[in-house]
Design a protein. Structure first.
Length: 733
């Protein structure tokens, strides 16, 4: 009897719960579908985050979300289950200037890539002579694509967007036909990028055989797309703004925004009429290119404020259609590390897979966050042989496979740089480089300098698997310079220099390098040297000089020109001989160390040490240590800077310089530096009392401009009566 009773009660309970569940499903089916449509507008789209936050707070259930350009980005991640606050944190934590470029942190670049980026302002890549021309876009999307890959790493590489927690679609433009393309499936990161790829600024996205660009060209407020997806109620967020009068069209992004406004006028009346509510945040004072932290915060607040201004209409909508808050699945939100057990490569690269894995430097198996994977990819990308490297994850029997999609860089590149300063006048630099690491000689580079001091150099290197790099460099240069003694110009000099260098080096983590080499040098021209502290001797030379050297370099500075933190250390030991049989070997040690220590976000302490020691009295006179001037005034690798002395001032056999200073970041890209340096020099460490000590220092004003560093400096050294003045525009090297 007890069993029968229990069975009856259980049956009634199951019937009741099934009835309730069915009723709930019926309610969900009968409830009208709510869509949110987010327009494009570049950085102004940050206002969408504020709108979504208030809609969350009001408990509006969102079933469909559609976006164009920045609206597709914000809406896309919201559709995965991220909350408005989580999206806000991601947005606020980004360095948007870096993100909207293809540059990775300096520490990830190979030595050759660092040198090229430090010397050359413009770069153009091409596959062959026939393909020389302007690129399809400036930004390829390396950084923004990998951000998207990390945030959507729990998705399959081929996803039906209607099955996401919120059904999603983005809008792009087909550049071949001009047609609107609605993206509702496939690889999620490229769907976002295609919708926001502003023509000319971003490289178009080649996706499923179509060449896609910013959807704002064809449909910048795609409420009609939401309607076709089954939306019954549409809440539109329009951050485009009105067309501007000619007086306000003063910038490139302003003109582009105006053009997008023209293109959207044809659909405006229809798309606006489909909305139950249109929210128009106040975007006054901000353009499509305002990605500063202040702009992000303000626009989010304005989005929230505009939504609150329509709070009554939103609540009336809830009451009218009996809308209740819904729960969104969090399965696609990335919070944890992934267990990576394998790495796979796709794309057109035929590079050795062992070589690629070594550059990634990921120990397998291992648990890695999206930030750690991003850093590994930066290290591979920084090697310099790729246009794009991005990823997706797939399941395997033991964890996840990291799949890297690699687009090799075009084989050839051409670069242009320049500098103008008070010592060298004007100089134009040209570079042609071939990078093809599938070839035995993977790196070939030709440099030419056109100036009063012309020069040329050629570099060839081979690097296979994880072996040391073997290289050859041939260089020649004609150099005019002035010799100073006691602050006064003593003489002008002319020197022709040429060298053949064969070397071997190995780099670890792109920061530490060990190398050695042999070099044959030829000098023709004026040579100056000192045999006392006050006498300068000169002679003509026509000399071959052989030397062998070994060196160590450590460099983790965050910026070559204006580092806020990091250390750069160079130490080189050389042995010289003219191989004539009439001279003995001589040796020298060169040491340079620069340190940048952050004191605050806008203040950096500078501490440098320079030293050169000639260990034999009979050292080659052409190798006499010279000092003076700023870093951009250095003529030879053994020329040591000293603020307050003009270049070139001759130094003794043992020369040691220390520099201390403070650099203030006084405004955007503007710096003021106060520096003090001291030199201690002499010819014999057994006679330290005879060492000469000189104090000096100065002040610099610097601007980190798009044309390279701009710097003006005034220096003074205690032993001399005349202050020095220096100025530079452009990259120094």
């Amino acid at each position: 009897m007890r069993k029968v009773t229990t069975y009856i009660v259980l049956s009634l309970y199951l019937s009741f719960t099934s009835f309730v569940s069915a009723q709930q499903d019926s309610i969900n089916i009968l409830r009208p579908k709510v869509a949110v449509v987010l327009s494009g507008g570049g950085a102004k789209g940050f206002a969408h985050i504020g709108v979504l936050k208030i809609l969350e707070d009001e408990g509006i259930p969102i079933d469909i979300i559609v976006g164009t350009s920045m609206g597709s980005l914000i809406g896309g991640f919201y559709s995965l289950g991220y909350t408005a606050d989580e999206i806000k944190k991601v947005v606020e934590s980004q360095d948007w200037e870096r993100l909207l470029s293809d540059n990775v942190d300096r520490k990830y670049y190979s030595r050759n890539e660092q040198i090229l980026k430090q010397r050359y302002l413009l770069s153009f890549s091409f596959s062959d002579v026939k393909s020389i021309g302007l690129p399809q876009g400036i930004i390829k999307g390396q950084n923004i694509l990998n951000l998207f890959c990390g945030l959507s790493g729990n998705l399959n590489s081929d996803t039906d967007f209607s099955q996401l927690p919120i059904s999603y679609a983005s809008v792009a433009a087909d550049l071949e036909t001009g047609n609107e393309v609605v993206i509702n499936s496939g690889f999620f990161p490229t769907a976002l990028f295609a919708s926001m790829a502003i023509p000319g600024a971003f490289l178009p996205m080649n996706r499923n055989g179509l060449l896609l660009a910013d959807g704002g060209i064809v449909n910048n407020f795609p409420t009609d797309v939401a309607k076709r997806m089954g939306a019954d109620i549409i809440i539109g967020v329009d951050i485009r703004g009105n067309l501007k009068p000619k007086e306000e069209l003063t910038s490139v992004d302003g003109i582009f925004n105006q053009m997008i406004g023209f293109l959207g006028q044809g659909k405006d009346s229809v798309n606006n009429s489909l909305c139950n509510i249109i929210i128009r945040p106040d975007i006054t004072g901000y353009s499509v290119g305002n990605f500063s932290r202040e702009a992000v915060d303000t626009l989010i607040l304005r989005g929230g404020k505009a939504t609150l201004s329509q709070q009554e209409q939103i609540r009336e909508l809830k009451r009218k259609f009996n809308l209740t808050q819904r729960e969104y699945s969090r399965q696609y939100v990335v919070n944890d590390k992934w267990k990576i057990t394998d790495i796979s490569f796709t794309g057109n690269s035929n590079l050795d897979k062992t070589f690629l894995k070594n550059k990634l430097n990921l120990e397998l198996p291992g648990n890695y966050s999206r930030e750690q994977i991003q850093n590994a990819i930066d290290g591979l990308y920084g090697y310099g042989g790729f246009d794009l490297v991005y990823y997706y994850l797939t399941d395997n029997n033991n964890g996840k496979t990291l799949n890297l999609n690699i687009t090799p860089r075009k084989v050839f590149s051409q670069r242009i740089g320049f500098k103008v300063n008070t010592n060298d006048a004007a100089a134009l630099l040209f570079n042609a480089t071939r990078k093809n690491y599938e070839k035995p000689i993977g790196y070939l580079s030709l440099n030419a300098e056109l100036s009063a001091n012309p020069g040329v150099s050629f570099v060839a290197e081979t690097n296979k698997r994880n072996l040391p790099t073997l290289g050859l460099e041939l260089r020649s240069k004609y150099q005019q310079y002035k010799i100073y003694e006691n602050g006064d110009k003593l003489s002008s000099a002319d020197l022709f220099y040429s060298a053949l260098d064969i070397y071997l080096y190995k780099t670890f983590f792109n920061q530490l390098s060990f190398g050695l080499g042999v070099q044959e040098e030829y000098f023709s021209g004026d040579v100056f040297t000192k045999n006392t502290n006050s006498l300068v001797l000169s002679s003509k030379t026509n000399q071959f000089l052989s030397n062998a050297y070994t060196y160590i370099i450590f460099d983790n500075m965050d910026n070559f020109y204006f580092p806020h933190k990091g250390t750069r250390l160079d130490a080189e030991f050389s042995v010289y001989s003219d191989l004539s049989g009439n001279s003995s070997l001589s040796s020298a040690l060169l040491f340079k160390m620069k340190n940048a220590i952050p004191l605050s976000s806008n203040t950096t302490f500078l501490f440098d040490v320079y030293s050169r020691s000639m260990f034999n009295n009979n050292y080659p006179r052409i190798k006499t240590t010279v000092i003076g001037g700023e870093p951009y005034s250095q003529y030879f690798n053994y020329h040591l800077p000293f603020i307050g002395l003009p270049p070139v001032t001759l130094a003794d056999r043992y020369t040691n310089i220390g520099l201390a200073g403070i650099r203030f970041h006084v405004a955007k890209n503007q710096y003021v530096s106060l520096v003090y340096n001291l030199i201690v020099q002499g010819n014999n460490y057994n006679e330290l009392n005879n060492f000469l000590i000189t104090n000096g220092g100065g002040v610099r004003y610097s601007v980190d401009s798009r044309l390279g560093p701009v710097e003006i400096g005034i220096g003074y050294a205690g032993r001399y009566d005349k202050p020095t003045f220096s100025a530079n525009l452009g990259l120094w090297y």
